[in-house]
Ligand binder design. Structure first.
Ligand code: SF4
Ligand code: SF4
Ligand code: SF4
Length: 197
């Protein structure tokens, strides 16, 4: 039976944590669809996701592969704001734009949308981000919300790239325009029209 990557992706948690060994949920779904990955590589989804994938693909249920991690309670990132130096290095890796803060200012995590992916932890040069269990696990964002926010973040990045490309193109065009002639002494440009009789 043929199952599409879309159908597989629909069963994944969409945290984009990369612990399955792929660059996110969609690439993992595609690898499963191609028959290149097993169904037991997603720690955030754990046994529930494995069971759902097994049912979809009509395969036996497997235990989570310990090489990919262990199943645990939903986590959330917390920034020790006293130690944050405002370097902003944690912003780009966040798949759902859950961290807010300006360069050289303290950063903070919007816990309601944090997927618990842990991708912000390693880039922090002062180790001030820790992962802690959610106080109310039921408040972890749903896969649908994760998907929506990930798409919005990707759209924002694509938009910025387009704007930068347009700006660069405009600068290049401007650099190739003929230079304006220097003004004569006195500072007034000379008129090219005929004098009035
Ligand atoms: S949530 Fe699961 S499928 Fe998605 S990137 Fe993480 S490990 Fe891979
Ligand atoms: S704040 Fe950190 S742990 Fe939370 S979603 Fe963003 S990168 Fe992942
Ligand atoms: S990477 Fe660490 S120090 Fe830098 S802004 Fe983020 S939390 Fe603050």
């Amino acid at each position: 039976m043929s199952v599409t990557a879309d159908e597989i992706d629909a069963l994944l948690p969409q945290t984009q944590c990369t612990r399955c060994g792929y660059q996110g949920c969609r690439p993992y779904a595609e690898a499963i669809a191609r028959g290149e990955a097993e169904i037991n590589q997603c720690p955030p989804g754990g046994s529930k996701t494995i069971a759902a994938l097994a049912a979809l693909l009509e395969r036996p249920v497997l235990p989570l592969n310990p090489a990919n991690g262990v199943e645990g309670p939903p986590l959330v990132a917390r920034i020790d704001e006293e130690r944050c130096i405002g370097c902003a290095k944690c912003l780009p890796p966040c798949p759902v734009d859950a961290i807010v803060g300006a360069p050289r200012h303290m950063h903070t995590v919007m816990t309601q949308i944090c997927t618990g992916c842990e991708l912000c932890v390693a880039p922090c040069p002062v180790d001030c981000i820790s992962m802690v269990p959610r106080e109310v696990p039921e408040e972890a964002p749903s896969p649908e919300m994760n998907r929506m926010r990930f798409a919005a973040r990707n759209a924002r990045i694509a938009r910025r790239a387009e704007e930068r490309a347009a700006l660069l193109a405009a600068r290049k065009r401007a650099a190739h325009l003929p230079q304006t002639e220097p003004l004569p002494p006195g500072g007034h440009s000379q008129s090219t029209s005929s004098p009035t009789p």
